[in-house]
Design a protein around this ligand. Structure first.
Ligand SMILES: C[S@@+](CC[C@H](N)C(=O)[O-])C[C@H]1O[C@@H](n2cnc3c(N)ncnc32)[C@H](O)[C@@H]1O
Length: 265
């Protein structure tokens, strides 16, 4: 059930093609292949993604979501775009904790959005108008300045062109709009970091394989976490994308970090 009224819909640009350019070579070809692989993995695991999240994080992901909502601090005047929104965890947490005026919940994997629609049908949106769109984070089909808040949880590390996705988030934000990102991070304490690496190497493919049957997909997810740059580098990329007031907060000893950034006037 998609429940947005026309009044709540942000201005849209013609949608960019979501079809990969199969003939492209070089960097563009590699990006397309990466995108196809990522979409195939999330299509495969969509139905069990939420269960995996709960098990693999021992339920701590709920606290991380609450921290995202605190960083967003939405009000009914906010028009929110959730990029790589998946099954709707961030969107529905905002509906619960600080209801915005509207949410455009987007992802480039339709199967993930299907799960979100089921959750909305079960009441997760609590009356907040939530609309859905299959959208690639690298090419947002919205007018400049269409939103007051853009969120992105566990999306950045899956993007083939992370800085392009940041620039797109910046473009669709109105002046003064906020970009809130949740992503796996690098724990600063070496002992905690080493323990966490062991957990990643062993537990993620094991739990993911057991829950979804797709062990290879979870090996990819584990590797994407291990390859993701440390917090300072991401903060620097956000500044280079044009954002101001870039800050981040480590959670659970830096296993994840919540970044906040503001589009200047
Ligand atoms: C780990 S899930 C996170 C989902 C959700 N944000 C959450 O907090 O649970 C990553 C999501 O990113 C989406 N994704 C990956 N690359 C994307 C892209 N280029 N454009 C849009 N979505 C993308 C995947 O389809 C998947 O749903």
């Amino acid at each position: 059930m998609a429940a947005a009224s026309a009044r709540d819909k942000p201005a849209a640009r013609p949608a960019a093609s979501l079809e990969p350019d199969a003939g492209a070579g070089g960097a563009a070809g590699a990006a397309d292949r990466h995108g196809r692989r990522v979409r195939a993995i999330f299509s495969e695991i969509a139905g069990r993604y939420d269960l995996f999240n709960a098990l693999a994080s021992f339920g701590i992901y709920r606290r991380w979501l609450a921290a995202v909502a605190r960083a967003c601090a939405c009000s009914p005047t906010d028009r929110v775009l959730d990029v790589a929104g998946g099954t709707g965890d961030v969107a529905f947490e905002l509906c619960r904790a600080c209801p915005p005026g509207s949410i455009e919940l987007t992802d480039f994997t339709p199967a993930m959005l299907d799960v979100a629609r089921e959750r909305q049908a079960a009441g997760a949106a609590r009356g907040v108008p939530v609309s859905y769109a299959t959208v690639d984070a690298h090419d947002l089909p919205y007018e400049d300045g269409a939103f007051t808040l853009v969120t992105c949880a566990y999306g950045l590390r899956n993007f083939s062109r992370r800085t392009r996705a940041m620039a797109e988030a910046h473009r669709v934000l109105a002046p003064g709009g906020r970009y809130v990102v949740l992503e796996f991070a690098t724990p600063p304490n070496p002992v905690w970091r080493a323990l966490y690496r062991v957990y990643l190497n062993v537990a993620i493919p094991l739990i993911g394989g057991a829950v979804t049957g797709d062990r290879a997909g979870f090996a990819y997810l584990r590797d994407s976490i291990k390859r993701f740059p440390p917090q300072e580098r991401i903060a620097q990329e956000l500044r280079e994308a044009g954002f101001a007031q870039v800050t981040y907060k480590n959670l659970t000893g830096g296993i994840v970090a919540v970044y906040t950034a503001v589009r200047g006037a």
